[in-house]
Write a protein that binds this ligand. Structure first.
Ligand code: BJW
Length: 242
């Protein structure tokens, strides 16, 4: 990663991709750890449109529980460090998150792109309007916009198209550095961003607790808890800013 240790690192634009690992130290379960979320629920029972059609109550209950839990959690030093980087970088930092929690925003980040949706939104499948939603959906409440009882969690399930892909690719194209934080690299298209970045000549860095499935694609991997290694990396970038 030429120049990263010099006085001026020449890094202006950064795209950060975050996954469940960035919120783990806030007490939100990751997906693929042995004690993670999917241990209690089979993915295909809860995170596909077919599952929702088959058993809407099971799916709504699963997301109602997680919506309630998210609101009791707080951002950790990794979220705060990324918000600080966004404020102080002499360039653009786009935070693309696969996470459906709002911890980046609550740490003060402004430019956050939720490619897999947001648990605090309800999406009306009748009128297509998204409304902020902090309560439950299992009782099939009316859409505040059209009144139909057609709300689902605003979550991108398997087989559905992640949000704002064009914006993500545009940002990667403009980036000097792509950084992946706390994600296992098991779910596409997010897992492919590192290869997209590399093929465009963008430097790539992974910050994760352990080596992920796509570790070998990165120019550099730093291992450790996000709450420690993200603030260290952010300080390094800000100390070296050109
Ligand atoms: C720490 C830490 C700490 C822990 N500090 N680190 C066959 C081949 C290829 C693709 C497919 C295929 N069959 C189907 C597909 C496509 C499918 C897919 O990828 N499937 C795979 C299983 C193979 N993808 C899709 O269907 C997507 N849509 C799609 O592809 O549309 C077509 C399309 C094509 C091309 C371009 C555009 C579109 C949709 C995917 C939707 C994913 N949805 C979920 C559920 C959301 C709802 C919910 O939350 O319930 O999103 S799945 C789940 O996984 C969730 C996450 O966002 C996502 C990623 O998980 P993440 O964040 O990586 O978590 P973990 O647990 O896996 O990893 C945590 C990491 O953190 C670990 O590495 C830990 O070590 C680390 N960690 N503590 C730092 N303290």
């Amino acid at each position: 990663m030429g120049g990263m240790n010099g006085k001026s690192n020449g890094i202006r634009n950064i795209v950060v991709l975050t996954g469940a690992g960035v919120s783990a130290e806030s007490g939100i379960d990751t997906f693929r750890a042995s004690d993670g979320l999917w241990e209690q629920h089979r993915v295909e029972d809860v995170a596909t449109p077919e599952a929702f059609e088959r058993d809407p109550d099971l799916v709504q209950r699963f997301y109602d529980m997680r919506r309630e839990a998210v609101q009791t959690k707080d951002p950790n030093p990794a979220h705060f460090a990324l918000a600080k980087l966004q404020r102080e970088l002499d360039g653009n930092l786009l935070i693309v998150t696969q996470n459906i929690d709002d911890l980046h925003e609550r740490a003060g980040a402004e430019d956050v792109l939720h490619m897999h949706g947001e648990i605090l939104n309800a999406w009306c499948t009748s009128c297509d309007v998204r409304s902020r939603w902090t309560g439950t959906l299992i009782e099939r409440p009316a859409c505040p916009e059209c009144g139909d009882a057609a709300l689902r969690p605003d979550i991108v399930w398997f087989g559905e198209m992640p949000y704002r892909m064009d914006e993500i690719f545009d940002a990667i194209r403009e980036a000097d550095l792509f950084v992946s934080i706390g994600t296992s690299g098991a779910v596409y298209p997010a897992a492919g961003f590192v290869r997209d970045a590399k093929s465009l000549g963008v430097a790539t860095l992974e910050l994760n607790l352990e080596r992920s499935q796509g570790s070998h694609w990165f120019d550099e991997s730093r291992l450790g808890p996000a709450g420690t290694i993200v603030p260290e990396w952010v300080q390094e970038i800000l100390d070296n800013k050109g």
